[in-house]
Design a protein around this ligand. Structure first.
Ligand code: SF4
Length: 182
């Protein structure tokens, strides 16, 4: 491997070839439609979540943090949080999407492998919430990414988050995706 890298440096050849998706603009990639059948096959009975704070007040994050404590213990359902979008099935975004976080949110989505889902968590993530109409926000995740499921509340209590995640998982595994009522 080291020899290959050395040869690449000597020949000034690019050692890393980026996939074609990186050559597209974020908006082009985001319009990709995920086939439902493929999704059921890949996700199986587990769900890996990449959480993104897109300008929230941080209370939604506190509630999400509770999910992995011994009381809610969301890992028993096959749900867990991952530090990298490369390992995630789902992006869970909180906050109204501040303009500073818009690009980061899009890039996180693009970095996730297909198939992938988007969950908006909290009232701000739905339509901007208390920040709605502000010049500094995009008034909700739906204006930036294709949202599959919304978790209501300000902030949503851990019980509601677990309930909505399980509803989503049930919907995926039973093939009735998207689940009714989401
Ligand atoms: S929904 Fe409520 S708790 Fe969550 S980020 Fe917005 S203001 Fe904060």
């Amino acid at each position: 491997m080291w020899l290959e890298i050395l040869n690449n440096v000597r020949s000034r050849k690019k050692a890393i070839k980026f996939p074609k998706t990186f050559q597209k603009s974020p908006d082009e990639v985001i319009e990709t439609v995920t086939p439902v059948k493929k999704m059921n096959k890949v996700f199986g009975k587990s769900l890996r979540i990449r959480q993104v704070d897109a300008g929230s007040c941080n209370a939604c994050e506190w509630e999400c943090n509770m999910l992995t404590n011994p009381i809610y213990d969301v890992q028993r359902f096959g749900v867990d949080f991952v530090p990298s979008p490369r390992h995630a099935d789902v992006i869970l975004a909180t906050g109204p999407v501040s303009r500073q976080m818009e690009l980061a949110l899009k890039k996180t989505y693009i970095a996730m492998p297909e198939p992938k889902l988007v969950i908006s968590c909290g009232d701000c993530a739905l339509d901007g919430g208390i920040y709605k109409g502000s010049y500094a926000t995009r008034d909700g995740v739906n204006n930036v990414l294709p949202v599959n499921c919304h978790i209501p509340g300000c902030p949503p209590p851990p019980k509601t988050i677990v309930k909505e995640l399980l509803k989503l998982m049930r919907g995926i595994s039973s093939g009735s995706y998207p689940p009714k009522g989401s």
